[in-house]
Design a protein around this ligand. Structure first.
Ligand code: NDP
Length: 299
């Protein structure tokens, strides 16, 4: 079997198109959705993410703010910035770019964000709402994975799903979302015994590990759908001295030979994450103004 490639780039473009339509509807009702991104320090990868987020926010017709703070910013100064954005009626979504410099308490910062503006879905209230099956702001990466799975498979009800990874930002919320779709969910992690056999049972495998090409074709049930969240930079001497390239947590070639469908890296889950951030900002703006929520942009 040769898997169908799930084109995250094209799907993300269609989500951004839907977001732009919703932004136009909101603007006609007198509301311009606004997203504020706070970046502390000079981490170059984070700076690139933040720039992309800002660019795509503006392209979707939304109001975008980027708040840069020095690497030695104090906890108090960052908390004051979050409080000011919480109080700003032009801002419907707040994202504090992670990781924060080591001297800052990330948990305290994330939990200081107004849950209604928490477009990353990391506030403890949103975690609790998602965990109890209530209307939450859903973390962007798992939301993007869910959208791709629904688009590809339709109903997920009754399917066996294995999520590899139990982080708060990907693995756990992904598992909650799949449970919400009535999948039979297993969460695998670094202590899981016979993980290959566990994965081989799954109709859906979501890999969110951070280990290049860990999942190989012999872990995959023929015809299964594989969502590769991993983003790993590896040496690529074939491209020239000192060159690198991105690979996922799945060994693409061997998995694609067995799976029914698979997301590539790059061009799979990655583009969906920012698209879902925009979708969450529109959802937050609708909720804040008592307007109907867009179809197909939430969990
Ligand atoms: P974390 O490091 O927070 O979590 C990794 C998880 O993988 C942990 O639960 C860990 O288990 C598990 N794990 C580690 N080694 C193994 C192993 N040998 N076998 C089974 N499980 C293992 O990572 P994140 O969840 O933040 O991210 C995961 C990957 O997804 C990374 O590559 C990251 O770059 C990528 N990512 C991509 C995004 C996107 O937009 N596409 C967004 C966010 C992340 P344990 O808990 O037992 O230690």
């Amino acid at each position: 079997m040769t898997a169908e490639i799930i084109d995250g780039k094209a799907f993300a473009a269609s989500i951004r198109g839907r977001v732009a339509e919703e932004v136009a509807r909101l603007k006609a009702a007198g509301v311009t959705p606004g997203l504020a991104v706070v970046l502390v320090g000079e981490d170059p990868a984070s700076a690139v993410y933040v720039r992309n987020k800002g660019k795509q926010t503006v392209e979707a017709g939304m109001h975008s703010e980027e708040h840069r703070m020095d690497a030695d910013t104090s906890q108090d100064a960052l908390m004051a910035k979050v409080a000011a954005l919480n109080a700003d009626p032009a801002i419907h979504g707040i994202l504090v770019q992670l990781p924060l410099p080591g001297h800052l308490d990330s948990e305290a910062v994330l939990n200081a964000i107004d849950p209604a503006k928490d477009v990353d879905g990391f506030h403890i209230s949103n975690v609790g709402l998602l965990g109890t099956g209530q209307k939450a702001m859903v973390p962007c990466t798992p939301l993007g994975c869910l959208m791709m799975l629904r688009d590809h498979l339709g109903s997920l009800s009754g399917l066996d799903a294995v999520v590899i990874g139990r982080s708060n930002i990907v693995g756990k919320p992904m598992a909650q979302l799949l449970l919400g779709e009535s999948c039979t969910v297993t969460i695998a992690h670094s202590r899981t015994k016979e993980i290959e056999a566990v994965c081989r049972r799954a109709d859906i495998v979501v890999a969110a590990v951070g280990r290049p090409r860990m999942v190989t074709g012999d872990w995959i049930k023929p015809g299964a759908t594989v969502i590769d969240v991993g983003i790993n930079r590896i040496d690529a001497p074939e491209r020239g001295a000192g060159k690198t390239r991105l690979v996922g947590d799945c060994d693409f070639d061997s998995c694609a030979a067995v799976a029914g469908a698979i997301t590539p890296v790059p061009g799979g889950v990655g583009p969906m994450t920012i698209a879902c951030l925009l979708a969450n900002t529109v959802t937050a703006a609708c909720r804040a103004n008592g307007l109907a929520e867009p179809e197909g942009l939430t969990a």
